[in-house]
Unconditional design. Sequence first.
Length: 259
Amino acid sequence: MRHPLVIGNWKLNGSRQVTIEWIKDLRKALTNINKNCRVVIAPPTVYLDQANHEISGSHILLGAQNVDVNLSGAFTGETSAEMLKDIGVKYIIIGHSERRIYHKENDKVIAKKFAVLKEAGLVPVLCIGETKEEREARQTEEVCARQIEAVLEFQGAEAFNSSVIAYEPIWAIGTGKSATPAQAQAVHKFIRHYIAKQNANIAERIIIQYGGSVNDKNAAELFIQPDIDGALVGNASLKMETFAMIVKAAAEAKKIMSS
Ligand code: 13P
């Protein structure tokens, strides 16, 4: 049985004070929520250390929004996998469409980041997903396959052992227009089958999150889908009560499904 996983991607939001307050609020909001759902927050890099301090003693885990492909050296402005590990980060979001678009990251670079994280014993959260135009042209599966294939070619299916995939259709990110549960489930099923062709065991175990306008209203119906194992949440992760309700929805949906 897969553990549901909900990650809050804070993106470029927060401050030192806000980090302290949000985590305090989140700890309070999560008090009575079943712990079978893993909860991760991914604040901006400069607040990771502070966040690590604030989550201590709770079951909240720490995530980062990016990593460099290099481990050390003359790479101004970058953060390495070892540095993230050093300050307590476990999950690292890579291949987010905002990085693919604004920072021109391609599948090859993302596959390298994936490898660097595996080597460091960290958990890559590989974001994949199509644009609106690609969906309209019925290329969703082709795009997702290509983005997964980059990692498969570089490292093989074994790399997906203890890794996470986040299906984030670009047209659903920050638009308030989530994929329907049926749309998301169809793509999640495709992703799991695609990996199963290489390794059925790993495919069965891999966590596939959905991301794109997830909120406290639509979370439950998404999580009830058999191949949706949680969510990568942007906007709604900035309001701690809402974020906690999404965690609760995941814990409850998967509890019902396993009983
Ligand atoms: P929203 O939840 O704001 O649509 O963002 C999703 C996302 O990009 C998470 O990584």
